[in-house]
Design a protein around this ligand. Sequence first.
Ligand SMILES: [Zn+2]
Length: 240
Amino acid sequence: MEQPVKRFFHDWLDPLLRVIYPELCEVCGRTLVPGEQLLCTHCYQAMPRLNLYDKPFNDIHHRLLSTNSHIDRAAALFAYHRADEYAAIILTMKYHSRPDIGRKLGVIMANEAQSHQFFSGIDLLLPVPMHWWKQMRRGYNQSEEIARGISKVTGIPVAHNLKAAPKRGTQTHRSAKMRWENTKGIYSVRKPVKLSGKHVLLIDDVITTGSTLLHCSEALTKAVPDITVSVLTAAATHLN
Ligand SMILES: [Zn+2]
């Protein structure tokens, strides 16, 4: 964008739009002040962070144990409880036509993970894909929006080598076994040769049992034996 145009947006249009359509904190609903994004300062600081970046074999790794693939690094930003006020970030992003939440969340995730050197050596960001029909109905894939936010901060490109066939029903409220069966064999890899020797970071919104991410990781390892796979999600549920 040309400098005068950029300055016009920054100095005049942004503040004006903030008066007409104030940005609200996605957790408490308070009006955000300049400098705040997605959450007010209080909710940002009080977020139930998991701080897993420096733990080499953490709870996320445990959920992704497999003899068919290996997860190098794994982390999630915050703990997800369906009844908790912070769940609103995920639910609004997914079900209320708010892809912007995904991008802002990606920026927060990237800034925090980057301070722990979490992205060191990562070549590509791979969002967990949605079946094209489901994505068309929603209008976006929230994991891809999160990846875009991460890419904005880190400069790591977003790739689309994973492809999803339709799931057999929704994942919500399903048991671990049902979730496993539901996502088995639905992910495939496009142009695997482009991923040879690369370290990819799988991006998803929430990890629950881990079946989705594990099936993605297994599909990648099967198609590209010399790939390295790491995982970063916005949130992680407590299983018990
Ligand atoms: Zn707030």
